[in-house]
Each structure stands twice: as structure tokens, then as C-alpha cells.
Design a protein around this ligand. Sequence first.
Ligand code: PEP
Length: 254
Amino acid sequence: MADRRPYIAGNWKMNKTGFEAEDFVFALLPQISGADRAEVVICAPFTTIANVIDATRGSRIKGAAQNMHEAESGAFTGEISAGMLRDLDVRAVVLGHSERRQYFAETDETLREKLPVALANDLEPIFCVGETEAEREANETEAVLTRQVEIGLADVPADRLGNVVIAYEPVWAIGTGKVATTEIAQQACALIRRLVAKIDADAAERVRILYGGSMKPDNAAELLAQPDIDGGLIGGASLVADDFAKLVAAGDAA
Ligand code: PEP
């Protein structure tokens, strides 16, 4: 099996001012400087990305955004393009988070457009998929994940597929404290890897698949020990530097 580098990404959502972001980074850096096995990513609000990038320069932390528009430029008031993110030295971007799908009408078809644009701008897409509680109860998990993955990846050039990071985030586990069992998380991540393998077997070995949904310092090691879980996308526990440092340590040990 390929040795995939663990990937620990914090999603701050709509939290932290520039000052708070810098404070967080200065508290985190000394706690994570002893190792560098895991890649560490902070997905900050647009207004604090520059603070994160300046405060983390020369460190193992990558600054990331939480969304971007698919067009290069134009009449899209309030939106931010991939080129604008690159201009700030942003290196990754969350695409298709369930909160964007639920509250901001993000669709599979929009994501199909966004993924290749991110890659063409050297932004690593952290592409989120996951079923709702109602879909899981109706036994639709496999169909939902298949649809989301197949449409979202449809226009990704074959030679860039291995650069996509995919986050399996069951919607019922996000911000609820209800973490998926390791069995549920592993099964879903294995399904996602099989779906990528249908497009390109080599890329499927390289692609990092994350679990997201109430990941915390006390459940991370067990989740990260699963064969198809290569990291975590972490919301609540990424807001406190001491907690996020423990998650990074779990990634370093995985
Ligand atoms: C997320 O925002 O992607 C997330 C997984 O949040 P939480 O860790 O708070 O469930």
C-alpha cells in the first residue's frame, strides 16, 4: 500500500479575527515543531488568511481557504477567485463543505467546475462529500457518495487526480459531537477510494481521504489507524491551539 502522508486540516469556519488567528498560530507552532510527518493545514476565513500565511511562513503549516468561485474574474459580487487566493500564497481550498451545500446552494455541478480550476491554479482541493442523517437512514449513503464523487471529479485531468484531497464528512457528525464509528468511517472512505480507482487505479493509491465530523484528540488515533483514513478535517477542535496540536500529534504518529 502507498505510504500516504497524513493530512490534518483545521476548518475555522466563520471564526477568529486576524489578531486571534495570529495568537492561535503562535501558541500552536512550538507544540508541533518536533515532528513533520503530517501535513498541517489551516482553512481560515478570507479576512484572516493573510495573517495565517504571514505567521506560518517557513513552518510546516499551509494556509488554506474555505471556498472559491469557479470563474477567473467577472461580475460576481462578494466572490473570490482561485487566482486571488494564489496571489495571497494560499495553497489549498475547501470545496463543497456540507455547510456550503446546505446554506449556499453549492451543487455537485458547481463542484465539477471548481475542482479543475483550483488545480489549474495550484490550489490543493479539499473536496468534501457526505450523506445526511436521513440519507443514511434510507440506506442511500453509497448512492449519495457515488454521485458526489463521480460528478465532482468528472472534469479533473487524469494526471492531477492524485492531488485531490477528499474529505468524507457525514453531515450528521459535523458539529454535533456524534462521531462516526471507525467502521462507518472506514467503510465510507474505502468506498471513496474504490470510486477513484474506477477512474485511475494509481491515483486512488495516492489520493488522501480524510474523515471529518466531531474528530477530537480522544478519538483521532483510532480513526487515523484505519487503512483508508489518511487524515482529518476538523472543525470545533481546530479552534483551540492545544487541541489542534494534539490532533497534529495524532497525525504525526499515524
Ligand atoms: C467541519 O467543519 O468540517 C467539521 C468536521 O466540524 P466538526 O469537527 O466541528 O464536526
